[in-house]
Design a protein around this ligand. Structure first.
Ligand SMILES: Nc1ncnc2c1ncn2[C@@H]1O[C@H](COP(=O)(O)OP(=O)(O)OP(=O)(O)O)[C@@H](O)[C@H]1O
Ligand SMILES: [Mg+2]
Length: 236
């Protein structure tokens, strides 16, 4: 995988004021790969994604996407280059309708092709009946689908998802899992997924990393993840 990774994170460090959270994270995600990031609550998974996306400026280290160093670029420029981010907690514009949420994202995208909204709605057909509804009135699961659909409207080369199934009703979890699986396995979309639901991670992930102590403690395949020692690292 040397040099050819779609996303390469090297020695990434991040802190909130004096509180250091990441102490040198290394990650490589080849094109088309679904990588799952795991780790106990509060180890810094969200901090890692925010640093990768430039929401939080890293204290040290680098982020290279598609061969270009994006470490100093603003978040919106990373999005334009194909990094589609769905932050933890299904963020949408609550006052805007479902359609307006998608439209606003399209207008900010590089391609501005209206077909991208149709494509995103094909991934989550449930949203088609809700186009005129304000996002703030959707259920948590519907909002999560909308948040992912918004990222898809930008036509990303990599989808970065932070706990997309957290606190969501099981029927919608299954739809989200199926959608992510299709996008990755059929569409070849690379995915960086933070997920604490182990069984789902085992079904979807090609590779995984476990964060502990501010760095990657384990890296391997789904088979390795079944190992008892690795499971112990994830136990609360
Ligand atoms: N804005 C912030 N200011 C100060 N400290 C923060 C901030 N956000 C997170 N932290 C701290 O940084 C550490 C890592 O938090 P982070 O949210 O990245 O963890 P996480 O692995 O995503 O947790 P979870 O599994 O609960 O989502 C925690 O100790 C948290 O309290
Ligand atoms: Mg988090």
């Amino acid at each position: 995988m040397s040099g050819e990774a779609l996303l390469k994170v090297s020695g990434l460090e991040a802190a909130y004021g004096r509180a250091r959270v990441l102490f040198g994270v290394d990650l490589e995600i080849p094109a088309g790969t679904l990588m799952c990031v795991m780790g106990r609550n509060g180890v810094g998974k969200t901090t890692l994604l925010n640093a990768i996306m430039g929401v939080l400026g890293p204290a040290a280290g680098s982020v290279v996407f598609d061969g270009a160093d994006v470490t100093r670029l603003p978040t919106h420029e990373r999005v334009r280059r194909g990094m589609g981010y769905v932050p933890q907690g299904h963020e949408t514009f609550p006052q805007l309708t479902v359609f307006e949420n998608l439209q606003v994202t399209l207008e900010a995208s590089r391609h501005r092709d209206r077909g991208a909204i149709e494509e995103a709605l094909e991934v989550f057909p449930r949203l088609k009946e809700l186009l005129g509804r304000r996002a703030g009135f959707l259920s948590g699961g519907q909002q999560q689908q909308l948040a992912i659909a918004r990222a898809l409207v930008t036509r990303p080369r990599m989808l970065i998802l932070d706990e997309p199934t957290e606190g969501i009703q099981p029927s919608i979890v299954a739809e989200i899992e199926a959608a992510v699986e299709r996008l990755n396995k059929e569409g070849g979309l690379a995915v960086l997924l933070v997920e604490q639901y182990l069984e789902l991670a085992l079904r979807l992930a090609d590779r995984f990393v476990i964060i502990e102590g501010g760095a990657v403690r384990h890296a391997g395949t789904a088979e390795d993840l079944r190992d008892e020692n690795v499971k112990r690292l994830l136990a609360v």
